[in-house]
Every structure is written in structure tokens, then in C-alpha cells.
Design a binder for this molecule. Structure first.
Ligand code: NAI
Length: 410
């Protein structure tokens, strides 16, 4: 059932000015691609959350020592370290609780996110390999585009490196493997249960499936910017009355699940599921207004690209969104309940036809996401369902592209 999350359940409401709690251990967050347009403001924002982050590790191929020196003067109880080039990557990711990845090329006007695949797949592949080898239990927040392909690519890399078996073995016994309830992480390569060799191999397959899922529960494609845009653009739309002082409604009070993926038509804001009541009749009757709003959310990235005239893509609202997502991961890791964020992840049981990868509202925990927050197709308006069907076609191709790339390398 679709119980819409309350606004207070959505994202980080933590104040950056909260007093630091004395931590039992130092929480390390790593940014891969820290010198970029997103990486730099993200590092600054994370530093302001020193009650959650006490060590910020900045990795890039360029400029990162200067950026770390600069940031290290901010008066927060947070250590900043610089890691320059591949030789220093292992040290950067070791012991991090969250690894945020905005490494790679960004769009230029006229480019689609998919146009970045050629360069960014290779970058992501190399980074993912080191993360899986050095620190497989860290939570990964993948910002680099195309998110729709790079998350499946990364899951494939983790699956191979952590010995979770091949995809072929999976389809042989997919039903029983998929119907297993979530179990605590199985250690890769652990002994198969005793019994006949057939039982043994079935057991091993199940274990591999579970192991694969446990890896993937920690690998997130960051779609928070789409959620943030959905809140803000809706708050400013005709569907919400302005405040008495003329200002638009507080977007933080309007949580709108955004499902599907992170590119064009795969970005599907579910206005009917807003936490602040929208008149569903109006959403249907004023369909033109609704579709204009949806399109403005989907095209918001392009609007920024064009306005910046080649000087970059969205970086500031993105850094804000990535910070919120990272803090939510950390809060969930520390055992705070009811932390919900939308993200693009692999699902053990597909939410939409046979699509394994799909963005949805997720309940986060210390071991990655636990479940979706009541996403149910049949509660949606007809045109929302239609958008999901359309988006699914594109997603299916993007997923295959990422998986195929990883398989060719391995
Ligand atoms: P940028 O070009 O300003 O920064 C990218 C950084 O990555 C640079 O500092 C570069 O040196 C670094 N880099 C390149 N190869 C690397 C490697 N192998 N290892 C480590 N660092 C490496 O780009 P920007 O604006 O920061 O965007 C980064 C990515 O985020 C792009 O792929 C962009 O498309 C994506 N993005 C995703 C969004 C989302 O909602 N998920 C929104 C906006 C951008």
C-alpha cells in the first residue's frame, strides 16, 4: 500500500548548527571527484555537518590538496585529507562509511546524460573495483551520469569481485532465490549447507543471490536532486496556494516521491502521492498544467545547462541534494529509524515488470536500504502508470548497457 511518507520522514531535517555529539568513533566520508563543480560545494556542506562527519577524504586527479588545505580552516571538528591520483585511491576509500561519487565528465548543452557513458563508464568501473576490494561495506552514493547505467555497472562489478556468482546461475533458480526473505549479509565464499550435490548447488546459488543483494542494498544512484526539484517546483506551481505574505509554500513540507530513473522521461514525479494534499481531481482535470509541471521537473537539468551556457551543469542544488542524501545514509547507519529517501537501486523483486533497477522511496538502515516505502503501481493515476511504462522501456536499455560494459571488462 502507498502510505505517503510524512514530510518529516523525507530527507535530512537535521540542522547544520546542531551541537556535535561526542562520537564513539570517527565517521569518515569520502568524495571521489572532490575537485569538481559538485565535489567542492558538497565537501563544504558536509563539513558543516560535523556532528555526523568527522573525517572528510577528498579524492581527485587534480587540485585536491589545495581544496583540502582551504577547507581545513573551517572551524568544525572535522579532519580533511587530500588524496591525489590513483596511487592514493585505496587510502581515500579505506574505512569510509559513505563514498560519494561525482567523478567524471558533466553534460554540455545539447548533450544527453547517456552521451557521457563512453567516458564515465570507464571511470566508474575503475573506481567501483577499488571500492569493492578495499571497502565493500561502505555505502556508495553514485552521482556520476548516466546514473541509470552506472548503478547496474557497479552492481555487476561488486557481484564479481565479492564472489556472488554469475548472472547465468541466477536465472536457473531465480524464483526460489528471489523469494528468500532478507537475511543478514552472508560472507562471500562461506561454506554451502550440507546435503546432496544438487542441494549444495541450489544452496550455493541462494547464498550467492543473497550475497549479491546484500552488496546491491548499499549501492545507490543519487536521485535526490529530482526529489528536491519536484518539491520546489510544485511549491511554486498553481497547485499550491501561496502563503499570506505572497511567498510560495515551504518546499521542505512537500515531499513528492520521484520514481523510475535519472534521465528525461525516466524521471517520474508522483504528484498524486505528495505529502501535502493536492487535489487529485485537479491533477486530472487540469492535465495540461500537471504535465507542464512534470516536464519542468524532468527538464530542470537542461534548463540549468542552457542557462550556464557551457560553464557546467547543475552543481549547487546537486551538492545540497547529495549532502542531504549522505547525511540520511549516515543517520540510518547510526540506527535512526524511519529515514526515507528516494534513490535508484537494484531490487531483489522487481517493482515494475521485469525491471531490476528502479528509483523508489526507500527505508534506509545500517546495512543499506531495507525495503521500499509502500510503492504500489495500482494506487497511481492512469497517466502516472503510463509514464512508468514508457520510462521502463528506456530504463531497460540503460540497465543492459551498464551491465554489458562491466561484463566485457571482467
Ligand atoms: P566536473 O567536471 O566539474 O567535476 C568532475 C570531477 O571529476 C573533476 O574534478 C575531475 O577531475 C574528476 N574526475 C575525472 N575523472 C576522475 C577519476 N578517474 N577519478 C577521480 N576523479 C575524476 O563535473 P560536475 O559538475 O561535478 O559533475 C560530476 C558528475 O555528476 C557528472 O557526471 C554529472 O553528469 C553528474 N551529475 C549528476 C547529477 C545527479 O542528479 N545525479 C546532477 C548533476 C550532475
Amino acid at each position: 500500500t502507498m502510505s505517503s511518507p510524512k514530510a518529516s520522514e523525507y530527507g535530512s531535517q537535521a540542522s547544520p548548527l546542531r551541537q556535535p555529539a561526542t562520537p564513539n568513533e570517527i565517521t569518515k566520508v569520502t568524495i571521489l571527484g572532490a575537485a569538481g563543480g559538485i565535489g567542492q560545494p558538497l565537501a563544504l556542506l558536509l563539513m558543516l555537518h560535523s556532528e555526523y562527519v568527522q573525517h572528510l577524504a577528498l579524492y581527485d586527479l587534480v587540485h585536491v590538496r589545495g581544496i583540502a588545505a582551504d577547507l581545513s580552516h573551517v572551524d568544525r571538528q572535522c579532519k580533511v585529507t587530500a588524496h591525489l591520483g590513483p596511487d592514493e585511491l585505496t587510502e581515500a576509500v579505506r574505512d569510509a562509511k559513505v563514498i560519494v561519487i561525482p567523478a567524471g565528465l558533466a553534460q554540455k548543452p545539447g548533450m544527453s546524460r547517456d552521451d557521457l557513458f563512453g567516458s564515465n563508464a570507464k571511470i566508474m568501473y575503475n573506481l567501483a573495483k577499488v571500492c569493492a576490494q578495499v571497502n565493500p561495506s561502505a555505502h556508495l552514493a553514485i552521482i556520476s551520469n548516466p546514473v541509470n547505467s552506472l548503478v547496474p555497472l557497479t552492481c555487476e562489478v561488486y557481484q564479481r569481485i565479492l564472489g556472488a556468482g554469475s548472472r547465468k546461475e541466477k536465472s536457473a533458480d531465480s524464483n526460489s532465490a528471489l523469494s528468500q526473505p532478507a537475511a543478514p549479509p552472508a560472507s562471500p565464499g562461506a561454506a554451502a549447507p550440507a546435503g546432496s550435490s544438487a542441494q549444495k548447488s541450489a544452496g550455493k546459488q541462494q547464498q550467492q543471490q543473497q550475497c549479491f543483494h546484500d552488496c546491491c542494498r548499499r549501492i545507490f544512484g543519487v536521485t535526490t536532486l529530482d526529489v528536491v526539484r519536484a518539491s520546489t517546483l510544485s511549491a511554486k506551481s498553481a497547485f499550491f496556494k501561496p502563503e499570506p505574505n505572497g511567498l510560495f509554500k515551504d518546499p521542505a513540507k512537500i515531499a513528492i516521491p520521484v520514481v523510475g530513473g535519472h534521465a528525461g522521461k525516466t524521471i517520474i514525479p508522483l504528484l498524486s502521492q505528495s505529502t501535502m494534499k493536492v487535489d487529485k481531481k485537479r491533477l486530472i482535470e487540469e492535465k495540461a498544467t500537471t504535465l507542464t509541471l512534470i516536464e519542468s521537473i524532468q527538464q530542470a537539468g537542461i534548463e540549468v545547462l542552457n542557462a550556464k551556457k557551457g560553464a557546467g551543469s547543475a552543481t549547487l542544488a546537486m551538492a545540497y541534494s547529495a549532502c542531504r542524501f549522505t547525511i540520511s545514509l549516515l543517520r540510518a547507519q547510526q540506527g535512526e529509524p524511519n529515514i526515507i529517501e528516494c534513490a535508484y537501486v537494484r531490487h531483489q523483486q522487481p517493482l515494475v515488470s521485469d525491471l531490476e533497477y528502479f528509483a523508489a522511496p526507500l527505508v534506509l538502515s545500517k546495512d543499506g536500504y531495507v525495503k521500499t516505502q509502500g510503492f504500489s503501481l495500482n494506487k497511481l493515476l492512469p497517466y502516472e502508470q503510463q509514464m512508468i511504462e514508457e520510462g521502463a522501456k528506456e530504463l531497460r536499455m540503460s540497465v543492459a548497457k551498464g551491465e554489458d560494459f562491466a561484463k566485457e571488462q571482467l
